[in-house]
Design a protein around this ligand. Structure first.
Ligand SMILES: Cc1ncc(COP(=O)(O)O)c(C=O)c1O
Length: 403
């Protein structure tokens, strides 16, 4: 019987693999009365028989829960599962991925601080950098995503946070996390990496030098496009600081959402392996199609940072993007013809999902802003599901016909 306690080396001295951890890790503490699955605990508060035992938990002298805005047994089990998979010392969760991003930035930054990041982070994150943080006199310098020298030079001028996302959304650029973390630590900056696209199955940023890792759990961790969530894990002092901020802002993950996430994560490794394999096959196939002007996927040898991806990732992920000959008009013709894809603003699900940045990741930006970020209007982001890759290729073939 595998012990479900938070350890990654606990079966007869053998290191347990991520696939096994995804199934078992983090659940032990939350199981009750012999149940083999984590219960959905819908209790706003937790009662104590006397003031002493209540104080023990309230003051952190003993483990337990006080109020579900702060902690909850079901939510805790989800946090533990991701924490262990990322090899982190601490984790906390949020109602959405953007709550994780915004609570982290607002909790760790103060007026006068400077952030170094890149131009094509997820659109919502980009909006925080461009519109919301400056209101509090926090400046973000957004560098060219693939220009590591420029990013290093910006970091060397001093900053509080270096914010990375790799691979990026939607153009699948890859950032050398180890190299940029080293530059950040030279100036005492905190490195935050959004690992949503890679998932802990394909990449562990903490092992590459990042101090914190963020996930939109809505995507691959949830995997079924039916739940929203976010997660932060890493350095315990920093996580505690953000956790306290989240306790106050109240962007708490709901227990039902946490339960769905735990259930989904049991198949995370299976799903990601299938999606890695199919995405690579489809990306290679797309490079040979006359209707396609360019393909963006870190697994392709022609990708500008394939060598970095090969070094820091165990698989290249389930999302790819491709640019159609004929620009946005071609996108409008091809998308409705796809039979095996939802046209929706999401990714990371068991069903294939396709959409242009104009209605998905960068809906908040104008066409000019997208162009300035290097996001062409003729782009389709294609999140590969767990369907048979041959069927997806057949679907794309019929959709391209006559374009
Ligand atoms: C890379 C990345 N980070 C963060 C987010 C935000 O997550 P959520 O939609 O759960 O708020 C997204 C959403 O698409 C994303 O793609």
């Amino acid at each position: 019987m595998v012990d479900r306690t938070p350890s990654s080396k606990d079966v007869a001295g053998k290191e347990v693999s991520a696939a096994t951890l995804a199934v078992w890790a983090g659940e032990g503490e939350s199981l009750v009365q012999g149940a083999t699955q984590v219960p959905i605990v819908y209790s706003a508060a937790y009662g104590y028989p006397d003031v002493e035992s209540w104080l023990d938990v309230a003051l952190g002298r003993k483990p337990g829960h006080i109020y579900s805005r702060n902690t909850n047994p079901t939510v805790h089990a989800f946090e533990e599962k991701v924490r262990i998979l990322e090899g982190a010392q601490a984790a906390t969760s949020f109602s959405t991925g953007m709550a994780a991003v915004s609570n982290t930035l607002f909790a760790l930054l103060a007026p006068g601080d400077r952030v170094v990041s890149v131009k094509d982070t997820y659109g919502g994150t980009n909006q925080l950098f461009l519109s919301f943080l400056p209101r509090f006199k926090i400046q973000a310098e957004l560098c060219e995503t693939t220009d590591h020298e420029q990013i290093e030079a910006a970091i060397a001028q001093g900053c509080k946070i270096v914010y990375l996302e790799s691979p990026t959304n939607p153009t699948l650029k890859v950032m050398d996390i180890e190299r940029l973390a080293a530059a950040a630590h030279e100036v005492g900056a905190i490195v935050v990496t959004d690992n949503t696209f890679a998932t802990p199955i394909n990449q562990n940023p903490l092992a590459l030098g990042s101090d914190l890792v963020i996930h939109s759990a809505t995507k691959f961790l949830g995997g079924h496009a039916d739940v929203l969530g976010g997660l932060l894990c890493g350095d315990p002092k920093l996580v505690a600081q953000v956790f306290h901020y989240r306790e106050i802002t109240g962007a708490t993950l709901d227990p039902m959402a946490a339960y769905l996430l735990i259930r989904s994560m049991k198949t995370l490794a299976l799903r990601i392996r299938a999606q890695n394999e199919s995405a690579l096959r489809i990306a290679r196939w797309l490079t040979e199609q006359p209707a396609v002007a360019a393909v963006y996927y870190p697994g392709l040898e022609t990708h500008v940072h394939h060598d970095v991806a090969a070094r820091q990732m165990r698989g290249y992920g389930g999302v790819l993007s491709f640019m159609l000959e004929g620009g946005f008009d071609a996108v409008k013709r091809v998308l409705p013809r796809l039979r095996l894809a939802h046209r929706a603003a999401n990714l990371g699900a068991v069903e294939t999902i396709a959409g242009p940045p104009a209605t998905t990741s960068h809906v908040e930006c104008t066409a000019e802003e997208r162009e300035a970020m290097g996001i062409p209007e003729g782009l389709i982001r294609y999140s590969v599901g767990i369907e048979d890759a041959d069927d997806l290729i057949a679907d794309l073939t019929q959709a391209f016909e006559g374009t």
